[in-house]
Design a protein around this ligand. Structure first.
Ligand code: XMP
Length: 328
């Protein structure tokens, strides 16, 4: 599809016109064909799905790959929102065991991304064969994904898996209607398309999911520690009414054990969890969000008391740059 049609992000009052032009362009690009979209539950894929659904209706099929790397309760929430909210046909594929196997023993972040990206494509191709034929694959790639992956003039910082990871043998044509947009504009487009705030207000979530927040090797046990800690952090942020003010808030599980004090008063080695909460405009830069001290204290107490084997919680106060938002 002609990317130049989407080179200008919508300014105030331009959203409806942008959508109209995008719908025309998508219809032209897809023609009479059928399209497949990977739904991650994030804002980008949901908005891309809503846009393409508006353009071609039930010739769009959604596939939700459960890679087992999502946050607690997210799969159920996301499926309910997309099927009921969007009225989209969504096939859910549970591939969590396959992803765990593919990640076994892998610590290098870029290798994690490569393996997750490859397996995603495999799972899709299988789903496409089952549900197809399809002519087009729709992706919710947005501008920062493109520039940060070394395309469009940016330098390679991290190989975001949803860009350029498609094998040459893939029979689909690729349609990426959000390529020129940054997050705020994606949300505005989604709002104009009638998507619920529960989806639009969601913090961005990386394609490789919790795999890049479990530093070092990814195992079911380590994922579970991170998922439980993360759920408590987000719960307290929501309870304090701060979720909407924060661009991304999440926990990271560190890959070294640290010394703590057990219930018997003796020293023991346990997990360390890092808290990260940032503000941003488009994820290319970020500032730390000033979490209230009493919130931090409550989160730490809950994580230590409720998540087994966590003995230490630290708070990451580094802006981007020099740090990236994710730790890996
Ligand atoms: P970084 O960590 O590069 O993150 O400052 C910028 C934004 O991108 C998200 N992120 C990813 N998204 N695949 C994605 O789809 C990835 O591999 C990936 N790595 C980071 C990150 O959560 C932040 O919003």
């Amino acid at each position: 599809m002609d990317e130049r049609s989407f080179a200008l992000g919508p300014g105030d009052g331009e959203v409806a016109a942008w959508i109209e032009a995008a719908v025309r362009e998508i219809r032209r690009a897809i023609g009479e064909g059928r399209a497949l979209i990977a739904l991650s539950g994030g804002v980008d894929s949901a908005v891309a799905a809503a846009l393409v659904h508006r353009a071609i209706g039930d010739r769009l099929q959604g596939v939700f790959v459960d890679h087992g790397l999502l946050r607690k309760g997210e799969k159920e929430e996301v499926l309910a929102a997309l099927r009921d909210g969007l009225g989209l046909a969504v096939e859910a594929v549970d591939a969590s065991e396959r992803f765990l196997q593919a990640l076994a023993g892998v610590s290098d972040p870029e290798e994690k991304r490569r393996r997750i990206g490859r397996l995603f494509i495999d799972v899709f191709e299988e789903a496409a064969q089952r549900l197809g034929p399809f002519d087009v694959l729709v992706q919710g790639t947005i501008a920062p994904d493109v520039t940060e992956s070394g395309h469009g003039g940016g330098r390679l910082v991290k190989s975001h898996h949803n860009v350029g990871g498609l094998p040459a043998s893939m029979r689909f044509r690729l349609v990426e209607p959000l390529r020129a947009l940054y997050k705020d504009d994606v949300r505005r487009v989604g709002r104009a398309l009638g998507l619920p705030e529960a989806i639009l207000g969601r913090h961005p979530f990386p394609g490789p999911g919790l795999a890049v927040r479990v530093l070092g090797p990814v195992t079911a046990e380590r994922l579970s520690v991170l998922r439980e800690a993360d759920a408590r952090f987000l719960e307290e942020i929501r309870r304090a009414g701060l979720y909407g003010e924060i661009w991304q808030a999440f926990c990271v599980l560190l890959d070294s054990r640290s010394v703590g004090i057990g219930p018997d008063g003796g020293r023991r080695l346990g997990h360390t969890i890092a808290l990260r909460a940032i503000t941003s405009r488009d994820a290319t830069t970020a500032d730390i969000y000033p979490l209230p001290p009493e919130l931090v204290r409550r989160v730490v107490q809950r994580i230590i008391a409720e998540v087994p084997d966590v003995v230490r919680v630290v708070w990451d106060v580094t802006p981007k740059p020099p740090a990236t938002i994710e730790w890996e």
